[in-house]
Design a protein around this ligand. Structure first.
Ligand code: NAP
Length: 486
């Protein structure tokens, strides 16, 4: 099979209907899914109406009771099978992901593994749902504390990590005993549809996982969020949408988890091994072509090493091959759409107009496809738009600092607090600064923090709650206390 046939076979392997109550159903309307590296339509998928989405919630509500009553060991084994199937089908899933989202194949394969690992982790957690039993301080009764599934959940995911942002929610929901309705991003529905089919094969009972694809997210999800049968909303996406969903969720005082936007600072201290700092910066900046909530958005380098760091980073980024993600060796794929390219270009122009120097890149690449080249800016002033906006593109924006206090103050000068990075060879400074940074996560001499076994999440406007790690399942459990009279 040649490359084109392989791509077609991968796309044709994905069911394109809604997945409701264990059945694939078609809709009157469909919506196109595009390859951002060519702008061509890959296929059409179901475009749900509000009523069709309500049918998915009906199915989740109907399945909730029996799933909650299913033995934790059985839930665990289903998750393990889903993990194994994903790993076995890594190449197919990675190709689907690259075609609809653009990231290089190597990164897509990495995401499939990362996504599958959430199932493995939560398969292990499903059988460790503990509680407590204690004597009341007055000695007249006992406190029995147990954790029970929240109930039917709504899970909304973004386009930048089309599988992992789904399994990071579906894994703990299944482990905890919750049925759910999942709405993937309209740019990247195929990965989630392929995953739904895998979950079905792994033995997830009908109605426990339902997938609704739609181009009318607001109209379709608002009635579901307001429906009193939905007991939990777990959202990953931008802060403005997260805020509007929190307002809606307040109407029924629904449990929420919010994984929102970031504005990650990356600090490079003069005592560091610059090779380590440059490689860490490449990872923190270029993962997902810069389109990650964890992407290093503002890079602060201590003055004495700033020129050398900028030179090395520029040389390193200049050598990264750009092209279609399906072509082996490519590191810089396309951005998700043309407005993403326009936004990145406006941010770069604004920074340059305010005095930043463009050391590399700086102009959109020729089409077809939505490409923007790796770009390095130095001398970026704090008032540049990109210091307060997620760039979401392959643009490294460098500023200098003189003292540790100044670096920490600049890093924290943002309403966001998802992740911060720092590079230093001084152990005490590493811990001191890690604790001083306002962030839910810190990368200390590392450009990647994501790990299914670690608690992922932000502070301030970057969100509420944690996904992954030992606490990830708690987002889908309610604590029940029974007061026992003796
Ligand atoms: P987005 O525009 O907020 O969309 C996220 C999801 O919400 C999509 O499925 C979207 O559907 C849906 N949506 C949008 N408006 C909605 C509404 N009114 N009601 C219900 N659903 C709605 O974000 P994005 O552009 O897909 O993703 C990028 C953002 O996600 C960035 O800000 C990034 O930092 C953040 N992110 C955060 C994390 C984290 O863990 N903290 C991880 C990844 C990404 P449509 O596709 O139909 O618009």
């Amino acid at each position: 099979m040649n490359a084109q046939q392989q791509e077609k076979t991968a796309i044709d392997s994905v069911p394109t209907g809604l997945f409701v109550g264990g059945r694939w159903t078609s809709t009157d309307r469909t919506m196109p899914v595009e390859d951002p590296s060519t702008g061509e339509v890959l296929t059409e998928v179901a475009d749900a109406s509000p009523d069709e989405a309500l049918a998915a919630l009906d199915a989740a509500v109907a399945a909730q009771g029996s799933w909650a009553a299913t033995a934790p060991r059985e839930r665990s084994e289903i998750l393990t099978r889903a993990y194994q199937l994903m790993i076995e089908e890594t190449d197919r899933l990675a190709l689907i992901m690259t075609l609809e989202m653009g990231k290089p194949l190597a990164e897509s394969r990495g995401e499939v593994t990362y996504a599958a690992e959430f199932f493995r982790w939560f398969a292990e957690e499903a059988v460790r749902n503990d509680g407590g039993y204690m004597t009341a301080p007055a000695g007249d009764s006992r406190f029995l504390v147990s954790k029970e599934p929240v109930g039917p959940c709504l899970l909304i995911t973004p386009w930048n990590f089309p599988l992992a942002m789904g399994t990071r929610k579906i894994g703990p929901a299944l482990a905890a005993g919750c049925a759910s309705v999942i709405k993937p991003a309209s740019h990247t529905p195929l990965s989630m549809l392929a995953l739904a089919e895998i979950l079905q094969r792994a033995g997830v009972p009908d109605g426990v996982v339902n997938v609704v694809t739609t181009s009318r997210s607001n109209d379709v999800m608002t009635p579901l969020i307001l429906d009193p049968r939905s007991l939990k909303l777990s959202f990953t996406g931008s802060t403005p949408v997260g805020k509007s969903l929190l307002e809606l969720a307040a109407k029924t005082v629904m449990r929420t988890s919010m994984e929102l936007g970031g504005n990650a600072p990356l600090l490079v201290f003069e005592d560091v091994d610059l090779d380590v700092a440059v490689e860490g910066t490449v990872q923190a900046k270029m993962r997902n072509i810069g389109q990650a909530c964890t992407a290093a958005n503002r890079i602060f380098v201590q003055r004495s090493v700033a020129d050398e760091f900028a030179d090395r980073l520029t040389r390193r980024l200049a050598e990264l091959p750009q092209g279609r993600g399906v072509d082996e060796g490519v590191v810089v794929g396309p951005l998700i759409n043309s407005s993403a390219v326009d936004k990145v270009q406006e941010l770069v122009r604004d920074a340059a107009d305010r005095g930043a120097q463009v050391r590399l890149g700086g102009d959109p690449s020729e089409g077809p496809g939505h490409f923007y080249p790796a770009t390095v800016l130095t001398g970026v002033p704090p008032e540049a738009e990109l210091c307060s906006t997620e760039i979401f593109g392959p643009v490294a924006a460098i500023t200098t600092f003189d003292t540790e206090e100044e670096a920490v103050a600049s890093a924290n000068d943002t309403p966001f607090g998802l992740v911060s990075y720092l590079f230093t060879s001084d152990l005490a400074r590493g811990f001191r600064v890690s604790h001083a940074l306002d962030a839910g996560m810190v990368g200390l001499n590392r450009g990647v923090v994501s790990n299914p076994a670690a608690p992922f999440g932000g502070v301030k406007e970057s969100g509420v709650g944690r996904e992954g790690g030992f606490v990830g399942i708690d987002e889908f459990l309610e604590t029940k206390y029974i007061s026992v009279g003796l």
